[in-house]
Design a protein around this ligand. Structure first.
Ligand SMILES: [Zn+2]
Length: 208
């Protein structure tokens, strides 16, 4: 359920990013801002939707805990009442500009100063950005997860597979020269920005 939700949301955000790119390249100055405003309204509503979703999900989880078999809580209370109590206790953080979705849509362009208006943008992007290569498969990483301990990037499926097949109790970071000898899934964090860059890179390079 959670995966489905995350995947759907991710697809929506990617569509928005494509739209934004299209607006920026194909619509001239006057119309452009107008379209970008509409797009930002949609991005804002995605953020608010997600904030509310996470708030409700947290309250649902706490409600399930409340009624779990081994607890001493008052089982005569109505589920809805308990849920609403938990929901009201959840922080209401409406700062959509701090939301990862907003940041993905509105992050500043890299090396914007170096890009001249007349240049072939797709060519420039592919020259500026070099996608990370997975140390195990030697292929371009498509689903980047960053190790919060040593900072190295892996392809998610590859590193999970690698951790399962390693003979030792601890998995060493597969990057040569890295002294991190204990990789754990909980230390891996998805890098959405890098993923966006890689997707752009692959789209541009397949086009040539
Ligand atoms: Zn490392």
């Amino acid at each position: 359920m959670t995966d489905k939700y995350e995947n759907l949301l991710n697809s929506c955000v990617n569509v928005l990013r494509s739209c934004k790119k299209f607006i920026e390249t194909n619509i001239d100055d006057e119309g452009q801002q107008q379209h970008l405003n509409i797009l930002n309204d949609i991005a804002k509503s995605y953020c608010e939707e997600d904030i509310e979703h996470k708030r409700c999900q947290a309250a649902i989880d706490k409600t399930i805990d409340y009624f779990s078999i081994n607890s001493d809580n008052d089982f005569t209370r109505q589920v809805e009442e308990v849920y609403n109590d938990f929901l009201n206790q959840e922080d209401v953080n409406n700062d959509y500009k701090q939301h990862p979705i907003w940041k993905r849509i509105n992050r500043p362009k890299k090396s914007e100063a170096n890009v001249s208006v007349d240049a072939d943008c797709s060519l420039l992007v592919s020259q500026v950005f070099q996608p990370p290569i997975d140390p195990i498969t030697k292929k371009v990483i498509e689903d980047p997860y960053r190790n919060q301990v040593c900072g190295h990037i892996y392809d998610y499926k590859t590193i999970l597979n690698y951790m399962q097949t390693t003979k030792h109790a601890h998995t060493r970071c597969p990057y040569i020269g890295c002294n991190n000898n204990n990789i754990q899934v909980s230390f891996l964090e998805k890098d959405d920005q890098l993923k966006d860059d890689i997707e752009d890179y692959l789209a541009n390079n397949n086009a040539h």
